[in-house]
Design a protein around this ligand. Structure first.
Ligand SMILES: Nc1ncnc2c1ncn2[C@@H]1O[C@H](COP(=O)(O)OP(=O)(O)OP(=O)(O)O)[C@@H](O)[C@H]1O
Length: 194
């Protein structure tokens, strides 16, 4: 898997207000980084910059390979059964054969026929994570992926990230909750406050 994500002297402003500046880091295949800091410091904004949804006010973002983004929105059609909702994206990614394994990775196989709108909070979060896992993207950009997950599901998330990294993928994870991300870089935005 060809993956790279680097920030070079990045500054991010929102609503005309500076959030962070001079932020540099580089992730290579197999690497992970956790983005930490208090509420409102800019963790979600950093993830959006990495996704290419927000333009940095200064500096450069370098990426190699596809990126998959998980935010609070699971981005799944709520009226469709779960497997069909995942299949919608998998068709676009030419990854239809990956949906079954992604459902299994997040212990959702038994819920494949249940409409997304009927899933519980944690099940919906797992469904969003299954969408990421099925995408085949080299870089996973995860904004608070453990929100709403119980301890067992956090374990599934940690395992999925570890597998992704072992296959040469990258994970950038903004999180308030402690997650086992062995040898991950820590990006503490309190230190990069503008
Ligand atoms: N679209 C926007 N326009 C203007 N300001 C915004 C916008 N989105 C976010 N902000 C502001 O940018 C700052 C950083 O927000 P962000 O969501 O990145 O923080 P965060 O560290 O992820 O917070 P939390 O831990 O609460 O999720 C906040 O002060 C927020 O109000």
């Amino acid at each position: 898997m060809s993956a790279a994500l680097a920030f070079e002297q990045v500054r991010c402003d929102r609503g005309g207000r500076p959030l962070f500046e001079h932020l540099s880091f580089a992730l290579a295949p197999g690497d992970a980084a956790s983005v930490i800091g208090p509420n409102g410091i800019g963790k979600s904004s950093l993830v959006r910059v990495a996704a290419g949804l927000l333009r940095p006010a200064a500096g450069t973002v370098i990426t190699t390979g596809d990126r998959a983004l998980l935010t609070e929105a699971h981005a799944l059609d709520t009226e469709l059964p779960l497997a069909a909702a995942l299949d919608f994206w998998a068709r676009i990614d030419h990854r239809r054969d990956a949906v079954g394994a992604a459902l299994a990775a997040f212990e959702l196989t038994a819920l494949a026929a249940v409409p997304v709108r009927l899933l519980s909070t944690g099940q919906r979060k797992r469904a969003g994570l299954a969408r990421i896992a099925a995408s085949g993207a080299a870089t996973w950009l995860l904004d608070e992926p453990a929100n709403g997950l119980d301890a067992a599901a956090v374990g599934l998330l940690e395992t999925a990230i570890a597998r992704h990294r072992a296959a040469g993928g990258i994970a950038l994870v903004a999180t308030h909750q402690p997650l086992a991300l062995p040898h991950a870089q820590q990006i503490d935005l309190a230190a990069a406050c503008a």
